[in-house]
Design a protein around this ligand. Structure first.
Ligand SMILES: *Cc1c(COP(=O)(O)O)cnc(C)c1O
Length: 361
């Protein structure tokens, strides 16, 4: 079959749904909120949100107003929480969004989550918002739940202590009327939420009333390890093909800068995918799968192409898997010296570069 695009991303909604179910179980009694910012970590925000909701998520979180408005078009009823700053309060109000107040200024006419800085203890609930403001949640964000246990435990403890006095109903400004609100299931009337994916998977006492999971929903490990270790399934496959095959003689090179020079006669395949597609320039040396075998990317990755060392002459059109068939986003992240988050959100799934296919497997 002739490929219609230079490469194809296939997103498996079934995998996202099952990951959501896994996270919902890990969350115990806490609600699972699906983080679908950055276009669902490169997977497609609306598709990812749909699958996460099907898997038990009860709210959606994004970083920006524009992301939230796009989701609101697709999801009329769902809770949508904007984690980052929002300038246009009227638009947020009209779309029924929930906002985060990270400084003392609590906006009016929208549901608000107060963000505590438990990493630095900048401000706490001693500074309460004016009465009448609709505070529905209190949150914080962990700085290093995937790596630093002592610091994470101290953040959890600070959050617990800082929110202890909202467990009663006497705190003015944080009104108990939200107890009856169908949108606030927290036992305190306010929904307390702290955990990201890593904390949901590793720290039982970080779960509180709701957990905010992003990376793990997509089957990418927050720890940079094999996602299967945490019962997670990768949801993204990235495939292309050999567009060109050539034999390099000793001394001949491939790619800019002549970073790869053949020492012996070497078959090289050219794949029409480069850093403008999200296959980063620092991925030289990473593996891709060619004709069922893991093979190294050699030479400098260019904007629109990469070269792979072949075991033998292979026909043009041979399938190449860039992510999938055992090659994990985590593997690429390790080679590039970064995290899976950055690899995933850097993928260019726009039609001008690639084809994006959604399946429900
Ligand atoms: C991105 C984000 C999350 C999700 O983090 P993951 O590690 O992807 O699970 C949770 N909370 C906040 C405030 C975020 O910005």
């Amino acid at each position: 079959m002739r490929r219609v695009a230079r490469s194809t991303f296939t997103i498996d909604l079934g995998a996202i749904r099952r990951n959501a179910e896994t996270l919902a179980r890990a969350a115990g009694g806490a609600e699972l909120w699906a983080v679908v910012k950055a276009d669902g970590y490169g997977h497609g925000a609306v598709d990812a949100a749909w699958a996460a909701l099907a898997g038990g998520a009860s709210a959606l979180c994004v970083a920006t107003l524009a992301e939230a408005l796009e989701l609101r078009e697709a999801f009329r009823e769902e809770r949508i929480l904007v984690l980052g700053p929002v300038e246009d309060l009227a638009a947020a109000r009209e779309a029924g969004l929930e906002l985060v107040a990270a400084d003392g200024c609590v906006p009016e006419g929208v549901r608000v989550h107060l963000k505590l800085d438990t990493g630095m203890g900048r401000w706490g609930l001693s500074e309460l918002p004016a009465p009448g403001r609709e505070v529905v949640g209190v949150m914080s964000h962990l700085a290093s739940a995937e790596a630093d246990e002592a610091f994470t435990r101290s953040q959890i403890e600070r959050f617990r202590v800082a929110t202890r006095h909202v467990s009663g109903r006497h705190v003015q400004g944080l009104t108990p009327r939200h107890v009856a609100d169908r949108h606030s299931r927290g036992s305190r009337g306010l929904t307390l939420h702290l955990a990201n994916s890593a904390a949901t998977l590793r720290y039982e006492d970080a779960r509180f009333d709701a957990v905010r999971c992003g990376i793990a929903l997509y089957g990418i490990s927050p720890f940079g390890t094999d996602p299967a270790d945490d019962g997670l399934e990768p949801a993204l496959r990235w495939e292309s093909e050999l567009a060109h095959v050539k034999l390099l003689q000793p001394g001949e090179s491939t790619g800019y800068g002549r970073r790869f020079v053949a020492e012996e006669p070497t078959w090289i395949g050219i794949v029409p995918v480069g850093y403008a597609d999200g296959f980063r320039r620092d991925l030289t040396g990473t593996d891709v799968v060619v004709d069922g075998e893991r093979r190294p990317v050699v030479g400098t990755v260019s904007m629109d192409a990469l070269a792979v060392a072949l075991p033998r002459e292979l026909p043009r059109g041979t399938a190449v898997t860039l992510v999938g068939d055992g090659v994990l986003i985590e593997d690429h992240a390790r080679v590039a010296g970064t995290i899976g988050y950055e690899i995933a959100t850097g993928l260019l799934t726009r039609p001008a570069r690639a084809q994006r296919v959604v399946r429900d497997g």
